[in-house]
Design a protein around this ligand. Structure first.
Ligand SMILES: [Zn+2]
Length: 220
């Protein structure tokens, strides 16, 4: 079922577009959220093992998606999640203490039992982002532009906000373990408009209610 970010197929109508999209309105732990009210916690250790190649870049129907060959993963508290794909939102979906960001990278993982974990990386407006540029170059189809491999997506530090939420696109399935990196990158205005020209305009879902969920800052 077709959905989008504006008009009659926009986020306020997602749940009515298909019975499969019911969690978009009826879910109780939806994403994105404003990340605030968090406390430092001694949390599960996060470690990345990103080494695999990208298998392909797709952008035919919306945002640029990089799909990865198998072999890259992360572990959180000893649980292993396989790296599947990455895509970007512009503007960002999550906020931190009310701050709005210009773009957000979502790096999607799944464990052996099918549980999802998404790493979110926020970008402030500023200098160009190398990893977003690599995605744009690959999607633009230049012969020399190979899709960026997994290592290009490795966060520079391991300090992160952790909470339980959902996918931010239909069917908005929950739960999703969210790992939103504290350290933001930078993205240029040109890159924001290039991302939006692939996605057909802004592709950020509005903030969802926190409903008493706990957010922790780990590694800080
Ligand atoms: Zn996303």
């Amino acid at each position: 079922m077709e959905w989008g970010y504006a008009g009659p197929i926009g986020p306020a109508h997602w749940a009515s577009l298909s019975p499969d999209y019911a969690p978009c309105a009826g879910g109780i732990q939806q994403s994105p959220i404003d990340i605030t009210g968090y406390g430092p916690a001694v949390g599960p250790v996060l470690s990345f093992s990103y080494a695999g190649e990208a298998s392909r870049v797709a952008s035919a129907r919306g945002p640029i998606v990089v799909e990865f060959a198998s072999g890259s993963s992360l572990t959180l508290g000893g649980r292993r999640y396989e790296l599947l794909s990455a895509h970007a939102h512009a503007p960002a979906e999550h906020r931190v203490d009310g701050e709005e960001f210009a773009a957000e990278l979502h790096v999607v993982h799944e464990d052996a039992s099918g549980d999802a974990l998404v790493v979110g990386v926020l970008f402030r407006l500023g200098g160009a982002s190398p990893v977003l540029q690599a995605m744009l170059d690959a999607a633009s189809g230049g012969a020399a532009a190979l899709p960026p491999g997994a290592a290009a997506f490795m966060p520079r530090s391991n300090v992160f906000y952790n909470y339980t939420g959902s996918k931010t696109t239909p069917p908005c399935q929950e739960p999703v373990t969210w790992v939103v990196m504290r350290d933001a990158g930078s993205v240029s205005a040109e890159q924001v408009s290039a991302l939006q020209s692939f996605s057909g305009g802004p592709n950020n879902r509005p903030l969802q209610p926190l409903r008493g969920r706990r957010i922790v800052l780990i590694g800080g």
